[in-house]
Structure formats: structure tokens, C-alpha cells
Design a protein around this ligand. Sequence first.
Ligand code: SF4
Ligand code: SF4
Length: 177
Amino acid sequence: MKSCGPCTLCCTVLEIPALSKPACQACVHVRAGTGCGIYEARPEPCRTFTCGWLATEALGEAWRPDVAGFLIRDERDQGHLCIDVDPERPAAWRRAPYLTQIRAWSAMVRDQSGCVLVYEGPAVTVVFPEGDIALGPIGPAPRLQIGYQGKGERQRPLVRLLSTTGEVLQQWRDVVP
Ligand code: SF4
Ligand code: SF4
């Protein structure tokens, strides 16, 4: 069975409202190499969080978050796969062998009406099998409509940001391969 070992990346990248800890900022309780300084008293989100690497036996050491420079999070309720990047290594997920696998996951979750979202703090990039669309900072819990426009060879990725009432606030079509 896997263990976190020296990794503490979730203690930096995740937002923990119970501690007033913003995303992409190291928790004041994290101790380098040893983990949580308030382990017995850590709040509920810290007790229950398990990253994708820890939960997936098939992902090797290269995918351990402190090695890879990002962690994988499974948003099962929305069908999305989320990647939270280490703010000190924001482009690490684009390196081999990660990007090829992330694009393959994108094709897989797309077939289940999901997508891959890469979070660098508040800035979001949507990863399609064909390329990426950088949305920039779009606020917490964005309501996104992600899919394709057109048919056959004219089919192109499309992302829409929706209001709570379903109105289109902004849309993006330009994919960077
Ligand atoms: S990111 Fe994953 S491996 Fe690293 S400390 Fe958190 S749960 Fe453990
Ligand atoms: S309280 Fe502990 S487990 Fe939770 S984010 Fe801080 S250091 Fe990590």
C-alpha cells in the first residue's frame, strides 16, 4: 500500500476553508519532510483527502505529487479530473511522460461527459485531447460548459462560462496544441 512519504503538496495547493488557507499557499502547520504539525487536530478535509496518486496503485513514483510537480484530484460528482499544480513548478504537467497521459485521460473522461481541468491557483486550463484552452482566473466553483462545436473535420473544442441562471458570460474556442 502506498504512503505519502515526504510529499506534502496537498498542504500547499489545496484551499482549506476551515483553516482560512487559500489555494497555492503552504499551510502554516506543514513541516517539511515530516508532514502535518497538528496531525491529531487537523480538520476534516485534511483527514479525508486522498490524491489520485495515493489512490491509484498503477501510478508509479514518477507521479508522486512532490516528484511530478502536481497532484491529481478526481471530481467524481462532476465527472472531471482536476490537476493542481505546484506554484513553484507551474509547467511540470506539460513534461514527458505526463502530458501524453493527461491527454489520454482527457479523451477517456470526455467519453463520460467530463474533462481535465488544470488549476494553477485561480487560473484554469481545460485540457482537450487536441490541445488546451487557457481560461485564466475565473473564480471559485466556476460553472463551465465544456464540449465541441461543429461536426466532422470542422468540430472544435468549445468552453463556456455560465452564470448561475445558465446565461453565457464568456466563451473560448482557441486551442493551443
Ligand atoms: S498530495 Fe497525495 S501523496 Fe502528497 S501528501 Fe497529499 S495525499 Fe499524500
Ligand atoms: S492542517 Fe496539516 S494536513 Fe491540513 S493542510 Fe495543514 S499541514 Fe496539511
